[in-house]
Ligand binder design. Structure first.
Ligand SMILES: [Zn+2]
Length: 447
């Protein structure tokens, strides 16, 4: 046996939502091989006394933008349009080393707050292969599971903006996908990330779809984040953004769509029947005043839903426990009838088993034979004292949660609150230095 957490409480998140107590969790070759009490096993390579720990599936962040890890606390009191103009010029052409540091800075924050897998909708302008390789290497060195969705767009945002041709952008994604093998990034995969339907020509969307089909890659895009986005699509296509994607045959189970704040009821049907997933980003939507996504209606229509933090310039952290709490509570002030309120127990799959299934990040459950992807939280702190209901105290408990261990594919990435895969202090120091430099270059708009 490689690793055993002994005598813990386990939130399995399995089909019956079983909570196990005084349980041992044993791991061998990256897989959970023991769940219960055992007196007959050999001494494991590593034994953790987990009597004061709660073990649960590691969280999944289904939408972020790693370069924004340098932009926390900037651009207040602006909506998406002016926010983009204030945040992104300084981030759009980072050096590969800076991109690598941004990825590890976010990885460190996520691991400390219980997130072990991430979808990074990765933007640089113009997009280039060295940048994608750098972010992939960052996640590889973190040990997390990651999907790097390379942001694509060929409709300029302003006059004179130079963007690579459709062919060149598609080639970058294909080469980055092939490079992932060379870089030995088995836990990191490349995906196609059209920025939004209204920022891409039909040619680009169709080319992205075809490459996704050819290599079995995911597609990830923004959709109707603001009312302006939704209105622009209707003006341009005479249909909703979702219908436009359906017409181009992009709505499949391999497509995930971030935000969906301004979806219509016809869109719900299209999304439910296609198996595509909407990624709700409640904190970012509140920060930028974008609106309240129809999370309850999406779920009632049977649409697959996951949660994201969004980038650190519109959040300004990467804590998925915070996103989970915000998502559940936001629906309760959105005029949703009490009987339709999402409960804590129902919400947990939005950051575990649902995105695990959608993005192939393990199973999001603690069961025998599942990949050993889990976290261990201190259960003797304020959030669980006194202990009344594990799920509610986990989701609503707030900042009392202390994540002590994070395990991915059987490997301890966070060991008693210490990151094992990279030197966290060096990353923090370099990130501070980069953060000061990138927003003080001549011509940058400092906000
Ligand atoms: Zn986003």
């Amino acid at each position: 046996m490689d690793l055993v957490f002994s005598n813990c409480t386990v939130l399995t998140n399995d089909r019956e939502n079983v909570v196990l107590t005084e349980c041992d969790v044993g791991v061998n070759d990256g897989v959970i091989t023991e769940l219960g009490r055992s007196n007959s096993r050999n001494q494991p390579q590593r034994l953790v006394d987990a009597s004061d720990l709660l073990i649960m599936p590691g969280l999944i962040n289904s939408h972020t933008h790693s370069p924004e890890n340098f932009s926390k606390g900037r651009a207040e009191s602006v909506t998406l349009g002016p926010w983009l103009d204030q945040i992104w010029p300084a981030l759009d052409a980072l050096e590969p080393r800076q991109i690598y540091i941004a990825a590890l800075l976010g990885a460190a924050e996520m691991l400390h707050t219980g997130t072990i897998s991430v979808v990074d909708h990765f933007r640089q302008t113009p997009m280039n292969l060295a940048a994608v390789d750098a972010v992939a290497e960052g996640y590889r060195d973190s040990g997390m599971r990651a999907v790097v969705a390379v942001m694509l767009r060929d409709i300029p945002q302003f006059k004179g903006q130079l963007l690579p041709s459709v062919t060149d952008q598609i080639d970058i994604v294909e080469q980055a996908h092939l490079n992932c093998d060379t870089l030995k990034c088995s836990k990191v995969r490349v995906a196609l990330g059209p920025s939004a339907p209204t920022r891409c020509t039909e040619n680009l969307l169709i080319s992205a779809r075809d490459l996704a089909l050819r290599h079995g890659l995911f597609l990830h895009t923004h959709i109707d984040e603001t009312s302006t986005d939704a209105a622009e699509a209707r003006k341009r296509y005479g249909t909703s953004s979702v219908q436009h994607l359906a017409n181009l045959e992009l709505l499949t189970p391999f497509l995930s769509l971030a935000h969906g704040v301004w979806l219509s009821s016809e869109d719900f049907e299209l999304l439910a029947s296609s198996g595509s997933t909407v990624v709700h980003n409640p904190v970012s939507n509140m920060r930028l005043g974008s609106g309240i996504a129809p999370l309850t209606a999406l779920r009632e229509h049977g649409v697959s839903v996951a949660l994201g933090s969004d980038g650190a310039a519109s959040n300004d952290g990467q804590d998925m426990f915070e996103a989970l709490k915000a998502a559940v509570l936001l629906q309760r002030v959105a005029g949703v009838e009490t009987k339709y309120w999402i409960t804590a127990k129902e919400a947990l799959p939005l950051v575990t088993s649902t995105p695990a299934r959608v993005f192939g990040f393990g199973t999001g459950q603690i069961t025998i034979g599942a990949p050993a992807d889990f976290i261990a939280i201190n259960r003797s702190g304020y959030s669980f004292t006194p202990q009344n209901d594990w799920h509610r105290q986990l989701v609503f408990g707030g900042n009392g949660l202390k994540v002590r261990y994070a395990v991915v594919a059987g490997k301890l990435l966070l060991d008693d609150e210490r990151i094992t895969t990279f030197d966290e202090e060096n990353i923090l120091a370099e990130a501070r230095e980069i953060g000061m430099r990138i927003y003080t270059k001549p011509g940058d708009h400092v906000v």
